[in-house]
Design a binder for this molecule. Structure first.
Ligand code: DGY
Length: 320
């Protein structure tokens, strides 16, 4: 058995594979592989440790009949057609928990950055536009006692809610597939329907796993139902929001601001009109980009591969 790793991962994961004597091939080019190149490597290996958002769809699985397992270097698993993997008995593993703190930190950072227009003000200095003190300009808003709405209260959403409660005493409401009793007890959070989440949130933050049914759920209709002073935060997947509708909402005073760590497509083009707005902060998908989280992800991915090679259930399997 041997595994193909399509991009380098932190040493902690590589060392674990070596310690267990797992044979692996690391993408020898250091470049992003084309789909055809990735498929070629996967045809010659038993498993894939996948870094990045390659589209692992039915066609991919058809072309890689020898593949026995996939370890994702991510918590999100929307890049894999799970039906295709499952019907072939191919386990797919992800990297939960280890990045919850880092990703929720970025959601919190974006929330504050939007509330206080930090990116825009930084740009003003660079552009020589600091100017003299103006009591009426560059005003942000304070978040104390406001309502945080979480769409998808799992591990990352829980940590975001905890931080907002501790820092600003925010009230927590959430919308989920099912109620989260633990969160209700620990955070005094209230489950609400989607419409109420839209209409009551001062900050609305997405922390759900993406699936087709939620494609562009946050669109013109949704933004129209949100408060005019509300802040929209997306650190989950860019496909959750419609970018043109978000631009309209931000420029027509429908919502107050937005913070995005994810866009659709990624990377975002530098001339994207959202980047010119004073009420929008955008980061290049760095939610899990800390030494701690990335080391943890490397270890989880390696543990999934090791279990596969030892004929055991992957510890972080999402389709078994
Ligand atoms: C994840 O782990 O899903 C992050 O978004 C990085 O892809």
């Amino acid at each position: 058995m041997n595994v193909f790793i399509n991009k380098n991962i932190p040493e902690a994961g590589i060392a674990l594979l070596q310690e267990k004597g797992i044979q692996f091939t690391l993408n020898p080019t250091e470049n992003v592989l084309s789909r055809a190149e990735l498929i070629k490597f996967c045809q010659q290996h038993d498993a894939l440790l996948n870094v990045g958002s390659n589209n692992l769809d039915e066609d991919f699985f058809n072309q890689c009949p020898n593949l026995k397992g996939i370890a994702l270097f991510s918590v999100g698993f929307d890049s894999v057609n799970m039906e295709s993997a499952t019907k072939r008995n191919i386990p797919v593993g992800n990297t939960p928990d280890v990045l919850s703190r880092a990703t929720s930190d970025v959601a919190f950072l974006l929330m504050q950055s939007v509330a206080r227009k930090s990116f825009f003000n930084h740009k003003r200095i660079i552009n020589g536009d600091w100017g003299s003190f103006n009591a009426l300009a560059n005003l942000g808003q304070e978040l104390y006692g406001k309502t945080l709405g979480i769409f998808g209260l799992g591990r990352i959403g829980f940590e975001m809610a905890q931080k907002c409660k501790a820092a600003f005493g925010m009230n927590i409401i959430y919308h989920n597939r099912s109620q989260n009793e633990n969160a209700e007890k620990e955070l005094d959070a209230a489950y609400v329907d989607f419409e109420t989440l839209l209409s009551q949130s001062d900050v609305l933050s997405i922390h759900s796993n993406y699936s087709e049914e939620n494609n562009e759920l946050f669109n013109k209709n949704a933004f129209a139902k949100m408060k005019r002073n509300s802040i929209f935060i997306n650190t989950a997947r860019g496909k959750f929001h419609n970018e043109n509708d978000l631009f309209d909402a931000l420029t027509n005073d429908i919502i107050w601001g937005a913070g995005l760590d994810v866009t659709n497509p990624e990377p975002m083009k530098p001339d994207n009109p959202l980047l010119s707005l004073s009420n929008c902060c955008i980061l290049p998908h760095i939610g899990s980009a800390t030494y701690e989280a990335r080391n943890g992800m490397a270890v989880c991915a390696a543990q999934n591969i090791i279990a596969l090679f030892e004929n055991k259930k992957m510890p972080f399997c999402v389709n078994e």
